[in-house]
Design a protein around this ligand. Structure first.
Ligand code: NDP
Length: 470
């Protein structure tokens, strides 16, 4: 069995209590890694602190060159990383799956490398010169989830490195291997201690949030754990970026021609089997075309091949872990009991792996768990509405707001409605598309701060005003 090392202070650590990682497609062992104890976390933080001043002092073009080298390394190891993602997390090699994740990680690395934060001059005259400058926040603790393990690790680490921070990452316990391998690769071209990666339970993440040697936490995961992380940071007044769960609504305007949108609607709802923070998780359809849309969408979805993600014919793989499949199954059962119609899917298959079929549920109401809670899996509720105003109010009624979308024939009209959704990103005739220059973050319970773009870089800095008398 292959062992994936932790990276601490430039060294690869191969010993410790081993964690076996299982393939969600067949429950076989993919590989193993050591788990860190709190003493190893302390070592990683100390190494990051030691390495940070020299990393920040490196001439800017040299830091950029290192980040570009990381982009090249990810590209060079694309096939290996994409396979590891499929085998530990489940998403398919085909479609918007593991190859997209590995390719996206390289693209994000390079775009982030190319960004910089300009110095702002607010006064420059005979009396004096005042500039607003940015300094690296210091050591960043990155806590990452299991749904897009390598991509999200890249989203956290690249802006931190770009501005001169050093990083300690803790990946999710069911998908640590691709992140550990990514860090091993990055470590091979960076000075010791600049990047550190330690697997371990939530206890390690909790300690990171409180650790006096860490200046900022960037966390992607559930809203409840995010709140606990935020509480942990209070004592040391850390800077925080939280990218948390959502329950994104999509509203289809009356009279929308559905056929041309089916593929985009499919990926909006079911990318990575719905295990995506900004997937479409509630679809509101006008009563005048409710049956048509529900039937055509269910028919489209029922023909998508689901299975082991290593088989190129499959577009969607299993759910990543048994606990998440249980959530999805329980939500579908709750909807069924409350009168919803299962148009396709809806039954947990027997056999190995954590498969759950792509499921479309009609006649859903806002009191069903599948509508009011985040299912984070391959089941989409379709809800009937009478007026667009009512649909917007229902879309905005929840206490989360990561993304949202409006679908329609008239793009200008759809956009006018889309901007009224209370969310960090609003899409028209698509859902979930990201771009390394498009800010991404949530409002309400979906998080704090933003990622990507120069705005995302700023989150890894503190402001220093330089006020010089002449
Ligand atoms: P968590 O939010 O619990 O896990 C995310 C990360 O936080 C993991 O690395 C986890 O480690 C770590 N962690 C766990 N407990 C703590 C803690 N007390 N302090 C600091 N870090 C901690 O997500 P789950 O895996 O429990 O998934 C549950 C739900 O979260 C899903 O159903 C989904 O709704 C949502 N989710 C949202 C994601 C998003 O992209 N926004 C991604 C993943 C999940 P460990 O794995 O070792 O427990």
């Amino acid at each position: 069995m292959k062992t994936y090392p932790l990276t601490v202070d430039g060294q690869l650590i191969m010993t410790g209590n081993m964690l076996e990682v299982r393939n969600p497609a067949d429950e076989s062992v993919v590989g193993q890694c050591p788990t860190a104890d709190l003493a190893l976390l302390d070592r990683a933080v100390a190494a990051a602190r030691k390495a940070q001043p020299a990393w920040a002092a490196l001439p800017d073009d040299q830091r950029v060159a290192k980040l570009m080298e990381i982009g090249d390394l990810i590209e060079k190891h694309h096939a290996e990383l994409a396979e590891l993602v499929t085998r530990e997390q489940g998403k398919a090699q085909s479609g918007m799956g593991a190859n997209l994740e590995a390719g996206g990680a390289a693209a994000w690395a390079r775009v982030t490398a190319s960004l910089s934060i300009p110095v702002e001059t607010v006064q420059d005259d005979a009396a004096g010169r005042i500039t607003i400058e940015r300094r690296p926040v210091g050591v960043v603790g990155s806590i990452t989830p299991w749904n897009w393990p390598m991509m999200i690790a890249t989203w956290h680490v690249m802006p931190a490195l770009r501005v001169g921070c050093t990083v300690v990452n803790k990946p999710a316990s069911c998908t640590p291997l691709s992140t550990l391998r990514l860090y091993e690769l990055m470590n091979s071209v960076l000075p010791p201690g600049v990047v550190n990666c330690i697997a371990g339970s939530g206890v390690i993440g909790d300690r990171m949030s409180r650790h006096p040697g860490i200046n900022k936490i960037v966390f992607t995961g559930s809203t409840s754990t995010g709140k606990s992380v935020l509480a942990g940071t209070v004592e040391t007044l850390k800077r925080v970026t939280l990218e948390l769960g959502g329950n994104d609504a999509g509203i289809m305007l009356p009279g929308t021609k559905i056929e041309p949108l089916l593929e985009k609607l499919f990926w909006g709802c079911f990318i990575n089997g719905g295990q995506t923070c900004a997937a479409l998780k509630r679809l509101y359809v006008h009563e005048s075309q409710y049956e048509e849309v529900a039937t055509k969408f269910a028919d489209y979805v029922s023909r998508i091949p689901v299975g082991d993600g290593m088989d190129p014919k499959n577009l969607i793989g299993p759910v990543t872990n048994a606990a998440q499949r249980e959530v999805v199954s329980a939500f579908v059962e709750d909807a069924r009991k409350k009168g919803a119609r299962i148009l396709t899917g809806g039954k947990t298959p027997s056999g190995p792996g954590y498969f759950y079929p792509l499921t479309v549920v009609a006649d859903c109401t806002d009191d069903m768990l599948l509508v009011k809670e985040e299912q984070f899996g391959p089941a989409i509720p379709i809800i009937k509405y009478k007026t667009v105003e009512e649909a917007i109010a229902r879309a905005n009624a929840l206490d989360v707001g990561l993304g949202g979308s409006v679908w329609g024939n008239d793009i200008a009209e759809a956009t006018r409605y889309a901007v009224r959704l209370e969310c960090g990103t609003t899409w028209v005739n698509q859902h979930g598309g990201l771009h390394p220059m498009a800010c991404f973050g949530g409002v309400k319970g979906s998080g704090l701060g933003t990622e990507f773009n120069v705005e995302g870089l700023k989150e890894y800095t503190t402001i220093q005003t330089v006020n010089v008398a002449k």
